[in-house]
Write a protein that binds this ligand. Structure first.
Ligand SMILES: [Zn+2]
Ligand SMILES: [Zn+2]
Ligand SMILES: [Zn+2]
Length: 560
C-alpha cells in the first residue's frame, strides 16, 4: 500500500526553491538532461567567431561578396571554384507580425497575420515608357484630362517628374507633383522582383491568404529605380510542437522565408531584428522575460565554403515568435476536476468495510471519470511517442484510484479470512481492520493534499526550460546563432547553415574531422549585441556603426 509513489507526479521535489534560482539556474523539468546550460561557451569564443565571420564574409555595406565551393575526393581537394556575389541586389526586408490567430495543437499549425515589406534598387528600372495624365486646358471648352506617352527620365521622392514627350524626344520637361494628375507605373513584369516563398506554409500551392500586395516606385534616376513592395498575409504555417511540457510548454512559431534565386542574384537584409506582436490568441502569451524579445526577424548567415560544386545558396529569412501556453485552461478544466474526483474517491472510506462490492463499484466509477479526462486531453493533442506532463498527471490520478481499489480488496480479503461460518467477526479483529482502514484514509488524504498543493505551487512558480533549450530541441534546431563545439579537439566553430542539423557532420578543424560534435543553438539573450550585429547585421545595427551607405538606406533609416 504505497500510495505516495502511485500518486507522485513525476516532478522534482525542490519546487519551492526555484523562485530563488535565476533563469540560467537548474531547471525543474522532469527527466530533462540539461547537457548544455548557458555559460559553457565563453563570450570571448563567440565574439571571435562572429568577428571572424564579419571580417571574412561581409562587406561594409552588409553584402556577402563571394563563397567558395570545394569538392574533396579521398581527402584531397578535387575541384574548387568561387561564386561572385558582389553584384547581388540588396533587398531590404521587414516582417511585422500583427496577430497570432490560433495555434492548432492537433494539426501542429498556427495562423498568423503579418505584413511583409521589401525594398530594393533595380539598376535597370529607369528611362521607361509610361502614360502621363495631365489636365489640358483648351480654348472655348472646360479643361479635360489627357494621357500622353512619355519616357520617364527621373522621378523624385517628392513626386517631381522629369520626362520627355514620346513624340518629340530630346526635350526634357519637369513637372511638380501638383502639375500632373498621375503617372502610370512601369511594366513590372519586365523588371526585377525578388521572388520568394514561405517554406513551411500549409498548402503551398494556394495563392490565397494575401490581403494586399502592391509595388510602388519610390523614385528613379540614373542609378536605377527604388521599389517598395508591401504585402499583408493571413496564412497558416506548419510548426512541429514539442509537448513534453504540456500544458506549460513554450513553443517557437516560425515563418521561414526563402529567396527563389541564389545569393549571387539578390540577398536579403533585415531592417531590424526585434519586432513586437500586437495580438495573441488568448490561450497563449508572448514571452514576457526581461531582455528576451517576443519576436525576432533575422537573415540567416551565409556559408563561406560549400562542400559540393553544384550546391547553391539562397538568402533565408526567419521570423521567430516566442510564445508560452497559458496553463489556465488545463488548470480549470482538467486539474481541478481530476483533483475533485480523486477527493470524492476518498469518500469511499465512508462505506462500511463489510460492504465490499459497494466500495469497489464506487471506486471504479471514479476511475472511469478520471479516464474520461485522459481522452479529453488526447483528443486535443497530436499523437506523440512520449507522455506529456498532463498525461503523467492523469496517469498518477488513475494510479491513485487503483491503489484505493487494491486497498479495498486487501480489506475484503482480510475480512473474509477472519469471519466465521455465520459471517461474524470477533470484535478484536473487526477493531483492527477498522483501525487499519482509518489509518489508510489518513495516509491517502495526506498524500492527496500534499501532492496537489505541491503541484499547484509548482505550476505557479516553476520556470521551465530556458529558451536555449527550446532552441536546441530536435524538432526546432533554430539556427539563429549555431555554434559547433567539438568534443574531441575542443574547438568551437560557427556552424554551417547547410548542415547545422546534420547529426553526422564532422569537425571543421581539418586536422581533427571527428564526428563528435555538439551544436549549441544560442538565443538572442545569450548573444551580446555586438556579436549579434557582427554575425546577423540588420540595417539598424549597421546604421549605428557606419551610417547609411547610399540614398536607399538613408530613406529606410527615416521611413522604415
Ligand atoms: Zn532543462
Ligand atoms: Zn575537432
Ligand atoms: Zn548546447
Amino acid at each position: 500500500m504505497d500510495q505516495s509513489t502511485g500518486f507522485m507526479p513525476l516532478v522534482c521535489e525542490s519546487a519551492s526553491e526555484s523562485s530563488e534560482d535565476d533563469q540560467a539556474g537548474p531547471c525543474l523539468a522532469p527527466g530533462a538532461a540539461c547537457s548544455c546550460v548557458e555559460g559553457d561557451l565563453s563570450h570571448d569564443d563567440m565574439r571571435k567567431l562572429a568577428a571572424k565571420f564579419e571580417h571574412e564574409c561581409l562587406t561594409k555595406d552588409g553584402l556577402f561578396p563571394k563563397y567558395d565551393r570545394r569538392e574533396y575526393k579521398d581527402d584531397k581537394l578535387a575541384k574548387q571554384d568561387s561564386v561572385d556575389c558582389s553584384r547581388a541586389i540588396k533587398v531590404y526586408v521587414d516582417m511585422r507580425p500583427q496577430e497570432l490567430k490560433r495555434i492548432d495543437d492537433e494539426n501542429e499549425q498556427f495562423g498568423l497575420v503579418f505584413v511583409l515589406k521589401l525594398w530594393w534598387r533595380d539598376p535597370r528600372l529607369k528611362n521607361f515608357k509610361a502614360q502621363l495624365c495631365i489636365e489640358k486646358e483648351a480654348p472655348n471648352t472646360a479643361p479635360f484630362l489627357e494621357e500622353i506617352d512619355v519616357v520617364v527620365r527621373e522621378l523624385h521622392e517628392d513626386g517631381t517628374l522629369v520626362f520627355e514627350d514620346f513624340q518629340k524626344l530630346g526635350s526634357r520637361q519637369t513637372r511638380k507633383k501638383h502639375e500632373y494628375v498621375s503617372i502610370s507605373p512601369p511594366k513590372w513584369e519586365n523588371h526585377f522582383f525578388p521572388k520568394h516563398t514561405f517554406i513551411n506554409q500549409v498548402d503551398a500551392e494556394a495563392q490565397g491568404g494575401i490581403h494586399i500586395a502592391e509595388r510602388q516606385l519610390l523614385w528613379c534616376n540614373e542609378a536605377g529605380g527604388v521599389v517598395e513592395y508591401k504585402a499583408k498575409y493571413d496564412r497558416v504555417f506548419e510548426e512541429t510542437l514539442e509537448l513534453k511540457e504540456f500544458p506549460m510548454d513554450r513553443q517557437l512559431c516560425r515563418v521561414k522565408l526563402t529567396a527563389e534565386s541564389p545569393v549571387s542574384d539578390f540577398q536579403f537584409i533585415a531592417i531590424d531584428t526585434c519586432r513586437r506582436l500586437s495580438k495573441v490568441t488568448d490561450m497563449w502569451e508572448t514571452s514576457k522575460e526581461e531582455d528576451h524579445p517576443e519576436c525576432i526577424v533575422y537573415v540567416r548567415h551565409v556559408d563561406r565554403i560549400l562542400p559540393s560544386s553544384n550546391m547553391i545558396q539562397r538568402s533565408l529569412v526567419n521570423m521567430v515568435l516566442h510564445v508560452r501556453r497559458k496553463p489556465d485552461f488545463f488548470y480549470h478544466s482538467v486539474w481541478l476536476m481530476v483533483a475533485l474526483i480523486n477527493g470524492i474517491s476518498l469518500c469511499s472510506f465512508a462505506i462500511r468495510p463489510s460492504h465490499h462490492s459497494g466500495r469497489l463499484s464506487y471506486l471504479s466509477t471514479c476511475f472511469l471519470a478520471v479516464l474520461a479526462y485522459r481522452y479529453i486531453i488526447n483528443d486535443s493533442l497530436p499523437k506523440k511517442s512520449y507522455t506529456t506532463y498532463a498525461d503523467q498527471y492523469i496517469i498518477s490520478a488513475c494510479a491513485f484510484q487503483a491503489v484505493l481499489c487494491l486497498w479495498s480488496s486487501i480489506l475484503m480479503f482480510c475480512w473474509r479470512v477472519s469471519e466465521d461460518q455465520d459471517e461474524h467477526l470477533d470484535p478484536d479483529t473487526r477493531g483492527r481492520i477498522v483501525a487499519a482502514d482509518v489509518a489508510a484514509l489518513g495516509l491517502a488524504t495526506f498524500a492527496f493534499i500534499l501532492l496537489n498543493c505541491q503541484l499547484l505551487s509548482w505550476w505557479r512558480i516553476a520556470r521551465f526550460h530556458s529558451w536555449q533549450e527550446v532552441y536546441e530541441r530536435t524538432t526546432n534546431k533554430e539556427p539563429y546563432f549555431p555554434v559547433d563545439e567539438c568534443k574531441s579537439c575542443g574547438g568551437t566553430f560557427l556552424s554551417q547553415q547547410h548542415c547545422h542539423a546534420d547529426p553526422n557532420k564532422r569537425c571543421q578543424n581539418s586536422d581533427c574531422k571527428q564526428q563528435n560534435i555538439h551544436t549549441h543553438y544560442l538565443t538572442p539573450k545569450n548573444v551580446p549585441e555586438d556579436m549579434r550585429s557582427a554575425l546577423l547585421p540588420s540595417l539598424k545595427d549597421r546604421l549605428k556603426r557606419h551610417g547609411p551607405a547610399d540614398e536607399v538606406e538613408e530613406y529606410l533609416a527615416a521611413h522604415a
